[in-house]
Unconditional design. Structure first.
Length: 258
């Protein structure tokens, strides 16, 4: 099974059922962004600190694996030159939908977040990469490509999952019990049996991968990026019992040295 092709169809399906990350921003949110009030998240709940944002006017932005009609249009409304790359055609259609509705200019490119060959080196001043590399089998390739297309002195902000999320026994988790079962790195393709995938992954659910912190954080450093910011974020406890005890999402800010 090719996970990139599978997840393309899966995220197209998520658009059709109204997944929260596929619902376009409102006209009110766009109006605030035009005034410089840009409210976005890299992780489920905590807003990105304002000091993590660039000066938007004229900034060349790559919204990396960030389709869905949310972040890209807001950055464009604030004055940025935005390119949205996503694997899902229907997610990208959401961005074009908002752009047409609001009279915004942005570009959409269909592609794999681990292959940015559509872009020349040093093409972007700022990369916005939300919690989407959970759907990438190899995140080291994502970091290397992000580093290549980022200009010297440019910034990347990223959100990702603490791998502890993927250690839990899925059957017990549904019962509200947090018991470790799966080692990290985790993959829906190799950590689960075919029977387990049928039981725990609803039809149309994207394949997920639990990456080590060595690859999530160390991978950025190996690619050549320098970390300058870090925070954690939680989620509603009804998503998993582990959220009652641990903030399971991480956001980082890094730059490409001059």
């Amino acid at each position: 099974m090719n996970p990139v092709h599978y997840n393309k169809a899966a995220w197209d399906h998520q658009v059709s059922i109204g997944n929260r990350w596929t619902v376009p921003v409102s006209p009110e949110e766009v109006a605030r962004a035009r005034l410089g009030d840009v409210h976005m998240v890299l992780t489920p709940q905590k807003p990105v600190p304002r000091e993590w944002f660039p000066t938007w006017q004229g900034c060349r932005v790559l919204a990396l694996a960030s389709g869905g009609g949310q972040q890209g249009p807001l950055m464009a409304a604030a004055g940025a030159d935005v390119t949205v790359l996503d694997n899902s055609p229907k997610q990208l259609a959401r961005d074009r939908e908002v752009a047409e509705r609001e009279g915004l200019t942005l570009k959409t490119v269909e592609g794999d977040m681990a292959d940015l060959s559509a872009f020349a080196s040093d093409s972007f001043d700022f990369i916005f990469h939300p919690c989407s590399n959970v759907f990438a089998p190899d995140i080291n390739a994502v970091w290397r490509e992000a580093y290549r297309v980022l200009r010297k002195g440019g910034t990347i902000i990223a959100g990702f999952c603490n791998p502890v999320l993927f250690t839990l026994d899925l059957e017990l988790e549904k019962q509200g019990v947090a018991t470790m079962r799966y080692p990290i790195p985790y993959s829906d393709l190799t950590s689960l049996t075919e029977e387990e995938r049928g039981a725990f992954l609803p039809a149309g659910e994207p394949l997920a991968f639990g990456h080590t912190l060595e690859d999530q954080i160390g991978g950025q450093l190996r690619a050549g990026l320098v970390l300058t910011g870090f925070y954690e974020d939680g989620w509603d406890a009804d998503q998993s019992p582990i959220h009652r005890f641990l903030k399971c999402f991480i956001a980082t800010r890094a730059y490409k040295p001059v």
